[in-house]
Design a protein around this ligand. Structure first.
Ligand code: FBP
Length: 249
């Protein structure tokens, strides 16, 4: 098993995701969040276990923060402009990520897509490479494509978590399936692979914190979210509340 100690605290973790510039475009990055320095400084001040960046932002902005917060480099990405079956191709190698100072790497797998086999193959090559550097691999496990009818159903969520385990992910990042009970099944399906929550569009503080409570009670190790933190007026305030839940469990 890979050593996760650089990106966890007593086995728990909060990651600040900021790869939305490719995935969604500036439409998501309203106000201050368009500035990568704002996010990096927030990640440091909030005491996040790591920040998630694509290679371009990592290269240009991370050096000033390298001593202050670990980095997770996202190795693939796709824009929302492409229609049809989703395929997120690799745009950064493990070696480049190491060069950029990464403590872990991330990769999105759209299970259910007609291009699933290509992403499985890239993921498995990344696994092999990452092992040489003793780097953790985090799978963004997103069921998507024509074959997936209900991408947040309990069965599909557990399936996504299980595919992460089967592919060799150290951590899987999965979406909420609506209840603590169904998240318990997903955590069980993930076995020895750790589970973190993927946030989704911004919802109220109360709703979001309830979800965090439920996933932690279900056995997740934490969260890897973006919009529900940095799209808020006071992201440090919600960060504090998230930490009280994640690190008290
Ligand atoms: P959020 O917490 O903002 O949802 O971010 C999590 C994340 O996985 C990002 O890392 C990624 O850019 C985005 O969601 C992808 O979202 P989508 O579900 O639209 O593909």
């Amino acid at each position: 098993m890979v050593d996760l100690s650089k990106i966890t605290t007593n086995g728990k973790a909060i990651y600040l995701a900021y790869d939305h510039g490719i995935e969604h475009g500036p439409v998501d990055l309203k106000g201050k969040s368009i500035d990568p320095n704002y996010i990096l400084s927030l990640a440091v001040r909030g005491g996040y276990n790591a920040v998630v960046l694509q290679k371009g932002i990592a290269e240009k902005y991370y050096p000033a923060y390298q001593e202050k917060i670990p980095l997770i480099v996202k190795l693939n990405g796709k824009t929302r402009l492409v229609k049809g079956e989703p395929l997120s191709g690799q745009i950064c190698s493990v070696a480049e990520a190491v060069e950029l100072g990464a403590s872990a790497v991330g990769y999105t797998v759209y299970l259910g897509s007609q291009h699933e086999a290509k992403m499985f193959k890239e993921f498995s090559q990344i696994e092999q490479e990452a092992e040489k550097y003793n780097l953790a691999v985090i799978g963004w496990m997103y069921p998507r494509g024509k074959g997936v009818k209900d991408d947040d159903s309990p069965e599909i969520t557990a399936y996504a978590a299980r595919v992460g385990l089967e592919l060799g992910a150290d951590i899987v990042k999965i979406k909420y399936c609506g209840s603590k009970e169904c998240f318990i099944q997903a955590v069980k399906a993930a076995g020895k692979t750790k589970v973190v929550l993927s946030g989704g569009p911004k919802i109220s503080d109360k709703e979001f914190l309830e979800i965090v409570k439920n996933i932690m009670a279900a056995g997740a190790i934490g969260i890897a979210v973006g919009r529900n933190v940095w799209q808020r007026e006071n992201p440090l305030e919600i960060t504090q509340k998230i930490k009280e839940i994640v690190f008290s469990n």
